[in-house]
Design a protein around this ligand. Structure first.
Ligand code: NAD
Length: 358
């Protein structure tokens, strides 16, 4: 990689500590001088949010959270924030909850303190997403970047192993896709490599001992690095494909990323030898795909899009929508034929190695 590059580092405070979220939140609310806090958490996440907010006095608890942020859901949350003259949004939950806070911040400029409880990583990016009429739109705006992120691995202990694995591999996808994304540079590549290393170390510990904090901490640290790398490098082919599968076919976000990743890696790695070497080294494996597949085997990771309701009959539409969005800079030329083959293999859960020679 050439050492001529342009890199932007996003400004954000990160407070990391198991069991510290409530104390950190009280400190941040006071530091920011906020007086009218709106806590956003789904019904399911509400008990966690109440624990985290024990040291503050919110004016509003908002629980109407829906994955991929439908515009109507965003509008309701914005109206509630305006009605209660909210001056700080606190999101406690997964990427869907963070995403709703971002949708409010996008229109209102109200700052966000994010307390993530999955490994999605949205809290560390300036990317927003909204869904209208089965089409997901994403964009970047620095107003949606949370001013502070409070990481507390204790909040992730309740995340079931299968969801932890899928969500952690969503983080892994941020790292791997960053290495050939449009704004890939040596700084975000370094973050991505360390993200791969820490997720590969942490996720097997999470699977073996879901209640243990060391694995959870490694995984959270890794998913933060992953998201910073992704925010900096932009969306590569993997994200463009998964974005269509989630937004148009309503497939579950984390599981979709976890399933598609080895197919994209097998497809791109032969045309991206430097990225391949970097990924392999981070895994401590012979090749990038061997490293990823060994980890996926250990974790019993999701294997086929068909398991999530995607059918061979959906492939042509997905290709038609995804193809124009795939960056020109992708290391391997993407055609209707090879993208169809990639999705067919991922739908059926075939061995990704078959994609290497397309
Ligand atoms: P999610 O937020 O929908 O959460 C999945 C499920 O896990 C939900 O039912 C939630 O209630 C539950 N959950 C959350 N935390 C839990 C915990 N600690 N214990 C038990 N259950 C818990 O899923 P996700 O994968 O975190 O986020 C997906 C969304 O985030 C998608 O809409 C995606 O587009 C978005 N996202 C955005 C970015 C970005 O940069 N903008 C990055 C990654 C993901």
């Amino acid at each position: 990689m050439s050492l001529v590059f342009e890199h932007v580092t996003l400004g954000q405070r990160v407070l990391f500590g198991s069991g510290e979220a409530a104390g950190h939140l009280a400190k941040e609310v006071s530091r920011l001088g906020a007086e009218r806090v709106m806590v956003i958490a789904s019904e399911f996440e509400l008990p966690m949010a109440r624990r985290v907010a024990a040291g503050i006095d919110p004016v509003l608890w908002h629980t109407d959270v829906v994955m991929h942020v439908p515009v109507e859901v965003a509008e309701k949350a914005r109206a509630a924030a305006a009605e209660h003259k909210v001056d700080l949004l606190v999101s406690v939950g997964g990427g869907s909850t963070t995403g709703l806070a971002k949708a409010v911040a996008l229109e209102t400029g109200i700052p966000i303190v994010a307390v993530p409880t999955t490994y999605a990583g949205s809290e560390a990016t300036n990317v927003w997403g909204l869904t209208e009429a089965a089409r997901k739109t994403t964009g970047t705006d620095d107003r949606v970047l949370p001013v502070s992120v409070l990481y507390d691995a204790e909040l992730t202990v309740s995340l079931p192993v299968d969801m932890s694995v899928a969500s952690g591999l969503n983080g892994m996808a941020h790292c791997i896709d960053s290495l050939w994304a449009p704004r890939a540079d040596p700084i975000n590549a370094a973050l991505a490599a360390e993200g791969i290393r820490s997720l590969a170390a942490g996720l097997p510990q999470v699977a073996a001992d879901p209640a243990g904090l060391p694995g959870r901490e490694q995984a959270l640290y890794g998913c933060y690095l992953a998201a910073v790398a992704f925010a900096s490098a932009g969306s590569g082919i993997h994200h463009k494909i998964c974005h269509v599968l989630g937004g148009t076919f309503n497939l579950p976000h984390a599981q979709t990323h976890a399933t598609v990743l080895p197919y994209v890696l097998a497809f791109n790695a032969p045309a991206a030898p430097e990225a391949g070497k970097r990924i392999a080294a981070a895994f401590g494996a012979g090749t990038a795909l061997e490293g990823l597949q060994a980890l996926r085997e250990t974790l019993d990771a999701p294997r086929a899009l068909a398991d999530y309701g995607f059918t061979p009959g959906d492939i042509a539409d997905a290709v038609r929508i995804a193809l124009p969005a795939i960056p020109e800079s992708n290391p391997r030329k993407v055609t209707e034929a090879n993208l169809t083959a990639l999705l067919a293999a991922a739908t059926a859960g075939e061995d990704p190695k078959t994609l290497t020679d397309l």
